[in-house]
Design a protein around this ligand. Structure first.
Ligand SMILES: NC(=O)c1ccc[n+]([C@@H]2O[C@H](COP(=O)([O-])OP(=O)(O)OC[C@H]3O[C@@H](n4cnc5c(N)ncnc54)[C@H](O)[C@@H]3O)[C@@H](O)[C@H]2O)c1
Length: 363
């Protein structure tokens, strides 16, 4: 019998289960139940995935009405959102209907936002199919799209009704996307679980067929669920959900200045984790040996530890100041007090940040 992992994201009346198994039988059973209950059910996915996983769609999804969006970040747009609304309207979804988002973070964020706003909110289920979506974007209820003015600028908190993780589906995920997702896995070990980080450092890399992968994915979901239940809407004055942004202040600046698409988000997070480690060391928290260990592990997971091409320090700092996490002009950094324990910090000297950026290859 296949092993099933499950947990509840504890959010009062918005609580929901996350179940993870290697094969899709459990999801298939739940899907049948949903359809049997007489509710109208539709699926949204993207064109890469439906091609790569044609058997999954044929055998599991069958004739459930399915809308296919173009794969890629550019689909997290107002234009694509509007095509999803039109599909919902054509399918005559009502308030009792349910939408299943099958895909990576792009599909999850877009469809989650469409479900949050269509008829002022309908149920949605997530079947994440990238490593990043399994450990991060499908958990926690942040949904949204990009505007021409910036990433994720329009969105809503809309928790899914359930998340089904089918790890076998990762077998068709391109290696570059898999590596990018592992940056978020490393992030969880660094910010909250030293044992997990030690295990990841001993493994020296992950592959889609690793026996330990389902358990590692599940541990990441547990960490995220624990953080989210304490601070669902990221309003804690310190710590809280913001801790999940370890490495992300640097990563968002790099993505923005390099031009979106130049680095995959997880690749920028890999560099961001190294930057956060170096900053933590400059602030007296981590030893240079710990920083070297983090760099070695990031590299072992096929992630960059520095900029591929130089970027201007000044533009990176300006981008950090514009990040939507900035509150009243103060950049809030997540630093490591030790491996496995992150804290938020305001008032970090910009000269230190500039030094760290230079060490990554910025000029
Ligand atoms: N909501 C959140 O909390 C949150 C957190 C982190 C990231 N995000 C968002 O997630 C997005 C990135 O998500 P992503 O990295 O999953 O990228 P993605 O959704 O663009 O997927 C990456 C590529 O992999 C393909 N793909 C997906 N699953 C596959 C599979 N099993 N086999 C073959 N191909 C597959 C997709 O078609 C796509 O081409 C960003 O927009 C980011 O802002 C959201």
């Amino acid at each position: 019998m296949q092993k099933l992992f499950s947990l509840t994201v504890d959010l009062g009346e918005r609580s929901y289960p996350i179940s993870s198994s290697v094969y899709p039988e459990l999801f298939l059973n739940q899907l049948k139940e949903l359809i049997k209950s007489g509710r109208r059910v539709v699926v949204v996915t993207d064109d890469n995935l439906i091609k790569a996983q044609s058997l999954f769609f044929e055998q599991i999804i069958g004739d459930v009405p399915t809308f296919v969006i173009p794969a890629g970040e550019q689909s997290k747009s107002l234009e694509c959102l509007s095509t999803v609304y039109s599909f919902f309207a054509r399918e005559a979804l009502d308030r009792k209907s349910a939408v299943i988002a099958i895909g990576g973070g792009v599909v999850g964020d877009l469809v989650g936002f469409a479900a949050a706003s269509f008829l002022r909110g309908i149920d949605f289920f997530q079947v994440p199919t990238t490593l990043l979506a399994m450990v991060d974007s499908s958990v926690g209820g942040k949904t949204g799209i990009n505007l021409p003015e910036g990433k994720n600028l329009a969105g809503a908190f809309h928790q899914p009704n359930a998340v089904f993780i089918v790890t076998d589906i990762l077998k068709t995920l391109p290696l570059r996307d898999f590596s990018a997702g592992s940056a978020e896995v490393l992030k969880y070990g660094l910010l909250a679980d030293e044992k997990l980080f030690t295990k990841l450092s001993e493994l020296n890399g992950l592959a889609t067929n690793d026996e330990c992968l389902p358990e590692i994915i599940f541990r990441c979901c547990q960490i995220k669920a624990d953080v989210v239940k304490e601070d669902e809407k990221e309003t804690a004055p310190s710590g809280g959900r913001a801790l999940l942004n370890l490495g992300h202040t640097f990563a968002h600046a790099i993505e923005n200045v390099a031009g979106y698409g130049e680095y995959l988000h997880g690749e920028a997070v890999g560099i961001g984790l190294v930057a956060a480690a170096r900053l933590s060391s400059r602030l007296g928290y981590l030893s240079s040996e710990e920083v070297s260990l983090i760099e070695r592990v990031v590299l072992a997971y096929q992630l960059p530890v520095g900029l591929r091409e130089s970027l201007p320090v000044e533009a990176l700092v300006t981008a950090m100041r514009k990040d939507k996490k900035v509150s009243q002009g103060a950049i809030r950094f997540v630093v490591l007090e030790s491996i496995g324990k992150a804290i938020t910090l305001e008032g970090v000297e910009i000269a230190l940040v500039e030094d760290v950026l230079s060490s990554l290859g910025a000029v």
